[in-house]
Design a protein around this ligand. Structure first.
Ligand SMILES: [Zn+2]
Length: 72
């Protein structure tokens, strides 16, 4: 999300963008989802779990995928 869209969303001068995810902890919709987990399933592709910023800090206890890889 660009800064202009954030300002526009805060000022509600345009429709709320259709992006974001439900927080896995509080179940509320967040426009700044942070990946906190990945659930693998036997019958199909897995899915990423997201949390809102206020809950993500308490839920991330280990590096996320790609976080420890050195920048090329
Ligand atoms: Zn939450």
């Amino acid at each position: 999300m660009t800064p202009a869209r954030i300002v526009a969303a805060l000022l509600r001068t345009e429709p709320v963008p259709d992006s974001g995810a439900h927080c896995v902890r509080c179940k509320r919709w967040t426009y700044a989802p942070i990946p906190v987990g990945y659930i693998e399933r036997v019958s199909g592709p897995g899915f990423t779990q997201y949390a809102c910023p206020s809950h993500a800090t308490a839920m991330i206890s280990r590096p996320t995928p790609g976080e420890l890889e050195p920048d090329a």
